[in-house]
Design a binder for this molecule. Structure first.
Ligand code: HEC
Ligand code: HEC
Length: 429
């Protein structure tokens, strides 16, 4: 095991440095697993002194297992729901429909409270921290405040911890316990492969088998070909292998211009210093004052608020009122494949989202409900005492009566640029 992880930590000597570093990531995931596992590596099937080819094959096998589990509805209590039901491979591993929250649970009639995020480009999400200092910018003393972690509120750090949530959540895959999940897993057509990789006796210890399954989900999500291929039109353009149209070019400028969209302030659009293509997020948790979505069943209760970082789904920062209303800045890669936007899925059209950004402050009446005496309740999904947290820099630096930061034509240009971020671009040539 020592050798195995030692190799993983070093620079991979194989061909193609980028591919190598991607593979290393998956190996590291497996390694972390081995380190926190039983310590009995023979049982896990990763004996010390594996050759590079063996390690590579092992990663491939676990990935393939994770891929089969990801689309297998027999791993849910209803027998009808897999990870792919919500994270559809046809929609960048995001929701396959325009519903703000997906049906699930034993009877497929329960719902959660948030929109399904895409699972693409999560490979570099940093661990959650309350005080993030970016190393990529000139002044690294700038504290960017809460940053990182998975889910809309950053409450888990790793894919395997994340997978636990839907597998056991009563409104999602609804397994009553890890043991119940494992009982289904051992009936799966690929159960023998599972034994082969994780040890013949793996199913005799449900907790261990559960942990191994969580790891397989995580390793699968490290498959760069499926989850971070960097093959959008914009990637081709950045690599000098393609052109953007004039409209897309204009959209890109508007996206980056601090006096216009200023989107790149949070959704970073330029490659990192080491040449890594841009992720279109800085991973910060920010409050935008997104309108309340009446279509979410939980919101029928007027005193229910999803406050993101300060709860109620996340429980460790409940007393930090300055964090209320903050949600993860998602990557905008593949955003044009979505039909629900923001943590509460309040918008169904990408263009509407951009309109919201530039007209939130110039025309609040377009976005928010009114109270009994007709006054617009700005930020109506956030109790008044937290309004001070909401971001107020450009494009949010305007007042009613001002011109929005982007005209209608400019919004179209910007949307055209966002459409260049969809993976699977093939040039006409
Ligand atoms: C019923 C729909 C549903 C199912 C089934 C489901 N998810 Fe999710 N997933 C969600 C929602 C909703 C979120 C956002 C949760 C939040 O913010 O609290 C999410 C978040 C995630 C994230 C974090 C993404 C990010 O942007 O930080 C990962 C990773 C993930 N799911 C993996 C899985 C895996 C693996 C499975 C199968 C074991 C799965 N999901 C099954 C709905 C689902
Ligand atoms: C201050 C940081 C910040 C700026 C500036 C910013 N965004 Fe965002 N963006 C976020 C955050 C945070 C979210 C998630 C908010 C939520 O769900 O409550 C988000 C979500 C989105 C989404 C929805 C994605 C999804 O998966 O649901 C789109 C589209 C988007 N932003 C586009 C833009 C565009 C276009 C601009 C420029 C006009 C922009 N953003 C400027 C932080 C920012």
């Amino acid at each position: 095991m020592f050798r195995f992880c030692d190799i993983a930590g070093r620079r991979w000597p194989g061909p193609g440095a980028r591919f190598a570093s991607l593979l290393r990531q998956a190996v590291l995931v497996l390694c972390g697993f081995l380190a926190v596992g039983t310590g009995n590596t023979e049982e896990r099937g990763a004996p010390a002194g594996m050759s590079r080819a063996q390690i590579y094959r092992r990663v491939e096998t676990v990935m393939a297992l994770g891929r089969r589990m990801f689309v297998d509805p027999s791993l849910s209590a209803s027998g009808k729901m897999s990870c792919a039901s919500c994270h559809s491979p046809l929609y960048a591993f995001g929701p396959p429909n325009a519903l703000p929250v997906q049906p699930g649970g034993k009877d497929m009639r329960q719902t959660g409270v948030r929109a399904v995020p895409s699972l693409k480009y999560l490979q570099a999400v940093p661990q959650f921290t309350e005080h993030f200092f970016a190393s990529d910018v000139l002044d690294d003393s700038v504290d960017n405040s809460p940053t990182g972690g998975l889910t809309w509120d950053g409450r888990v750090d790793r894919g395997h911890e994340q997978a636990r949530i839907p597998l056991l959540s009563p409104s999602e895959m609804a397994n009553g316990s890890p043991a119940q999940f494992v009982a289904s897993l051992r009936q799966a057509p690929y159960a023998d492969d599972f034994r082969h990789v994780f040890g013949e006796a793996i199913f005799s210890d449900p907790e261990k088998a559960f942990a191994a399954a969580l790891e397989a989900f995580e390793v699968y999500q490290q498959s760069y070909a499926e989850f971070y291929p960097y093959n959008s039109k914009y990637d081709a353009f950045l690599a000098g292998r393609g052109e953007l149209t004039t409209r897309e070019q204009r959209g890109r400028s508007l996206f980056e211009d601090p006096a216009k969209g200023n989107c790149a302030r949070c959704h970073i659009s330029e490659p990192a210093a080491d040449g890594t293509p841009p992720q279109f997020t800085d991973y910060a948790l920010v409050a935008l004052g997104v309108p309340r979505n009446k279509a979410i069943p939980a919101n029928r209760n007027p005193s229910y608020f999803d406050l993101g970082l300060c709860g109620p789904l996340r429980s460790d920062l409940r007393d930090r009122s300055e964090y209320c209303g903050r949600f993860m800045t998602p990557s905008l890669r593949n955003v044009a494949t979505r039909r629900v936007f923001f943590h509460n899925g309040v918008f169904n059209m990408l263009r509407r989202v951009v309109e919201f950004y530039v007209q939130r402050d110039t025309n609040p009446e377009k976005w928010y409900t009114r109270d009994a005496d007709g006054r617009v309740r700005k930020y109506d999904d956030l109790p008044e005492q937290y309004h001070g947290t909401v971001d107020a820099e450009a494009p949010f630096d305007r007042r009613p009566g001002d011109a929005p930061a982007l005209s209608d034509d400019e919004i179209d240009d910007l949307v055209a640029f966002l459409r260049t971020l969809t993976d699977g671009f093939r040039s006409a040539k």
